[in-house]
Design a protein around this ligand. Structure first.
Ligand code: BG6
Length: 503
């Protein structure tokens, strides 16, 4: 349902950076073209470069033309540009925030008093920006709301996340903080909740009586794309697993919330994270596997290995691949392994949740099949295919009794459906004050608690990391995470993807 939104001001810090150019500006423009931005909304881009407004509008238009090389809705572009203003924030200028306060709240200000501040800057810069805003009164809600959007990583371990939070909470209340995990804005990720809680069919089998294990995968063909300064300190575990994949796990495993209100939803997600069995440091190697891409062939091109990328230390042991086995120790999931994995320079761009069921109690149709028994799978494709797929056994038509896998396939996307980037929906949620798809601090802390022992062990074991050739499905040894020999990574949603090969 479309709600009418109050006029507001969006202030983007780091407006000239990659996140703003590649994600925020296009996402806002899509909302503009769809007529979904509040009528009197204004946007203020803040960055260190001095720009006149005209030059800034060229930057905005050029960013959009790069995103949409086939053409833009020019009327929407005009409307969009009319909303934008630019404010330069030189690093050493002590008057920046006083001037910003005048601009936003001075007597002649045209900026609507409800303000969202988007921190599209390095995490190390958030706390000081928040402090400056607070010092000049720009976070006070005496006249309209003030919301602050921050991007992951929320710290680099539990302690640093708590320290960052202590800094933020001196100036902001928890409801003012919107911790974005853009994965939660993806249509199929939200579909996990719809599939589970709008259909009765799944609920009776959604537990350890029927489910053998759950796999959650995010694979990418790209390398680190010039982000060595961030990635060297982060690695795949922090970059993807502690955040996006762990969020997917919570959606698969959570109990039905009391209502779909933000707090009820987040209460249930936190319970899942708290129920994850802690991994003692001496068991890390049985639960976690890391790897780093070596040179290889990806997308038909020979690409360098991670340690040959610009800005990466020649002896770096930062992981570009990480896989985990986790157990959620509660009544529903006791004994069911959750396997999570992510990697850069893998053969495909794909994200999916694959749920494998147990075998029937008796193998009555053994004679009708060649090869080992094939269990049922339910698979939720997140990207690029947005689908729900169920694999079952069926009879091959003909005189003989033979079975084969058939796939019941429901594409959640139909022709003519709207297609928005995750950021569009999430930006709209901030304007509406809907926090359901944003992370609460206890979720963030609970997720760090799960991965902290792994981070500690990996940071001590710096003399060796398994390698995998770019373009392969990751290091071989990752199979040792599986509980049993008949468990294997599901590389593709196609039946033939259910193979036993790592390479
Ligand atoms: C980001 C990570 O959060 O998510 C990137 O920092 C990763 O390393 C990206 O590539 C993946 O998101 P998407 O939406 O492109 O699949």
């Amino acid at each position: 349902m479309t709600k009418t939104l109050e006029p507001c001001t969006l202030v983007i810090f780091g407006a000239g950076g990659n996140l703003s150019r590649n994600k925020l500006i296009p996402a806002l423009f899509d909302l503009e073209a769809a007529g979904r931005l509040p009528e009197r909304m204004l946007i203020l881009g803040c960055d260190v470069m001095p720009h006149q407004r005209e030059a800034w509008l060229d930057f905005v238009a050029n960013s959009l033309r790069r995103t949409y090389p086939d053409g833009l809705n020019e009327t929407a572009l005009q409307r969009f540009c009319a909303r934008w203003h630019y404010f330069d924030t030189p690093i050493d200028d002590m008057t920046v925030y006083a001037r910003l306060q005048q601009l936003l709240e001075g007597t002649n200000s045209d900026f609507p008093p409800n303000v969202m501040y988007y921190m599209a800057v390095r995490p190390s810069a958030f706390p000081s920006i928040v402090e400056h805003l607070s010092n000049v009164g720009l976070l006070s809600e005496r006249n309209g709301w003030r919301r602050v959007v921050i991007e992951k990583p929320f710290g680099y371990d539990l302690l640093s996340a708590q320290a960052m939070q202590a800094g933020l909470s001196r100036h902001l209340t928890e409801p003012q903080i919107y911790r974005i995990d853009h994965y939660l804005g993806k249509a199929t990720v939200q579909n996990v909740l719809v599939f589970r809680f709008s259909n009765l069919l799944l609920e009776p089998i959604w537990n350890n009586h029927y489910i053998d294990h759950v796999q959650i995968t995010h694979s990418e063909t790209l390398g680190i794309e010039g982000r060595a300064d961030y990635y060297e300190g982060a690695g795949a575990l922090r970059d993807m697993l502690q955040s996006h994949l762990m969020q997917l796990l919570t959606l698969v495993a959570m109990e039905p919330p009391v209502t779909m209100e933000a707090e009820h939803l987040r209460d249930e997600k936190v319970k899942v994270l708290q129920a994850i069995r802690p991994i003692p440091q001496n068991a890390v190697n049985a639960h976690a596997f890391r790897g780093q891409y070596a040179s290889g062939v990806a997308g038909g091109k020979t690409v360098p290995g991670y340690r040959e990328e610009a800005g990466v230390a020649p002896d770096s042991t930062t992981e570009t691949y990480a896989a985990l086995k986790l157990f959620v120790d509660n009544w529903r999931w006791a004994g069911v392994p959750f396997y999570l994995r992510t990697g850069k320079r893998l053969p495909e761009n794909s994200s999916a949740i694959c749920i494998r069921f147990k075998q029937p109690p008796q193998d009555l149709l053994k004679h009708a099949r060649q090869g080992p028994p094939q269990p049922n799978w339910i698979m939720l494709g997140i990207q690029p295919n947005e689908c729900l797929r169920i694999e079952m056994q069926a009879k091959v038509p003909g005189l003989d009794l033979q079975t084969r896998i058939v796939s019941l396939d429901a594409n959640s996307r139909q022709e003519g459906d709207e297609d928005y980037d995750a950021y569009s929906g999430l930006l709209l949620d901030v304007m509406q004050g809907d926090r359901s798809l944003f992370l609460r601090i206890d979720e963030v802390e609970a997720a760090w608690r799960v991965v902290d022992p792994i981070i500690k062990v990996w940071s001590m074991e710096r003399d060796f990391i398994s390698e995998y050739p770019a373009g392969s499905w990751g290091p071989r040894g990752t199979y040792r995470l599986f509980d049993r020999n008949d468990q294997f990574w599901r590389h593709s949603l196609e039946p033939e993807g259910a193979d036993l090969q790592t390479y």
